[in-house]
Design a protein around this ligand. Structure first.
Ligand SMILES: [Zn+2]
Length: 261
């Protein structure tokens, strides 16, 4: 240890400094206490860091309680964002694609899928909604949107009734509704898959998390713990987005193939 007066190296047990000959008897207990406190702070800091790490793992996925969930279902915000908004967007898309620009049926199908998917995704990602609310939402949105589309067509063309006239028209309406509902379901499933890949299930970090951690500490190691954590976190987001994008493109490709055949 160092003498508090002259900063020369002295023995741990010294009572008098051999360099400056000052009395260390009064200083000694204070120094010891200081050292003990320093060690305690170091321990606490280590504990705090590990707690922070756990908090970061779960920050993207706050788990709402059952009360939160039931308060959200059919709240004004739910009705506006998850029922009215997708219905209006789908009707606007239908108006532009079919009536205004007279594009092919497949364009409407694709745009419907692209519009519906994020709502299913957000329903789980943001609100951790259960499958029942998803099914209710997808059913209401798909039926209302397709009903609205039929109504708009019959409003513009007086010769066309709202209710489909033959088997072909019925099939088209049902297919359109199904693609909206299924896209919502697909978005919901992607969110669940991404959540599991990223955060794992109850406590154990997911494989994507572990992957991000090992890649970052290999490619961009950092001595600064906070820096490293931030890098790992943003890399995880990129990985999750990649997984979601690839699965989405895959499902859209599958959907398009079935319409084209
Ligand atoms: Zn000294």
């Amino acid at each position: 240890m160092l003498c508090p007066f002259c900063a020369e190296e002295i023995k741990e047990q010294a009572v008098v400094c051999r360099h400056c000959h000052r009395d260390l008897a009064v200083q000694k207990p204070l120094l010891d206490e200081n050292q003990a406190l320093r060690k305690e702070i170091e321990d606490l800091r280590r504990q705090f860091n590990s707690l922070q790490r756990t908090a970061i793992l779960h920050r993207g996925s706050p788990r709402p309680t059952a009360q939160d969930k039931s308060a959200f279902a059919f709240s004004p915000r739910y009705v506006a964002v998850y029922l009215l908004l997708p219905i209006l967007l789908l009707l606007a898309a239908h108006y532009l694609i079919v009536i205004r620009f007279d594009l092919r049926e497949i364009v409407l199908r694709l745009v419907s899928i692209a519009l519906s998917l994020p709502f299913g995704f957000a329903l789980f990602w943001r609100h951790r909604s259960g499958p029942i609310l998803l099914i209710v939402t997808a059913t209401i949105v798909s039926i209302a949107a397709v009903g609205g589309m039929l109504a708009v067509v019959s409003l513009i063309d007086v010769n066309v009734p709202i209710v489909p006239r033959d088997r072909r028209e019925w099939q088209e309406a049902v297919e359109q509704a199904l693609s909206i509902g299924l896209a919502m379901g697909a978005g919901y499933m992607f969110a669940r898959v991404a959540e599991n890949l990223l955060f794992g299930t109850e406590g154990s970090p997911g494989p994507l998390n572990a992957l991000a951690r090992s890649i970052i500490s290999l490619v961009a190691p950092s001595n600064n713990e906070r820096d490293l954590k931030a890098r790992i976190e943003s890399f995880q987001q990129v990985l999750a987005m990649l997984v979601v994008t690839v699965t989405t493109l895959g499902s859209i490709y599958a959907g398009v193939k079935s319409v084209l055949n």
